[in-house]
Design a protein around this ligand. Sequence first.
Ligand SMILES: [Zn+2]
Length: 217
Amino acid sequence: MQLFPTSLFSDGPVLRVLDLAIAAQESGGKLSLDDELQRYIRLVRGNWVANWNCSVYASSGVLDYASDSVAQQGGLDSFPPEFKEKAARAAGDMDPADYLRTLAELLRIADRQGVPEYRELPLSGWEFLQTFPHLFGFDVVLADEGDLPFAGLVERFATAEHPFCHERSAALATEAQRALVLFPGGQCLKERLSWATHDGLTELIDTINNHMQREHS
Ligand SMILES: [Zn+2]
């Protein structure tokens, strides 16, 4: 039996893209694979580290490799359980190796089309979680500790994080700034997080900025 690097099939872009393909197929027509691939591309291209570590072009290459490996092994039996299950589910009636090759090509085609604006292709739920993970995480903090006015909760969060503010506090303010730019208007991200309006995010940024100027300048 030819060896293959198991880690490529137990984590990383192959599983991410297969998840999107399965979600599209099992959505009953609500999601299209092309839209989901465009969102994946928008997410990777919009994050410097993600793009540097594994570009969409590299992801499609890993899918090609997965296709070759499955063909060489004559099926999915010798692969890690999660990959095996997802590849079989996504492929349906198709040969899994052929399906993975097709998925790689669809990803390359979508990558060549460029990145759609949010007004053209709305931010989806999974994309929101990956684009604004710190804002989502702060929502959990608010749910657990909602006994102060909003600015007081942000201040308490920043104080608790201090002096390691380069980690979560700076990232939280950065995501808030990004949200204000990408989703202008009073509602901003309110559809996803009730407090993430223009005013709420501005208050969050001001409170963290005050902490940074007081403690780190
Ligand atoms: Zn600090």
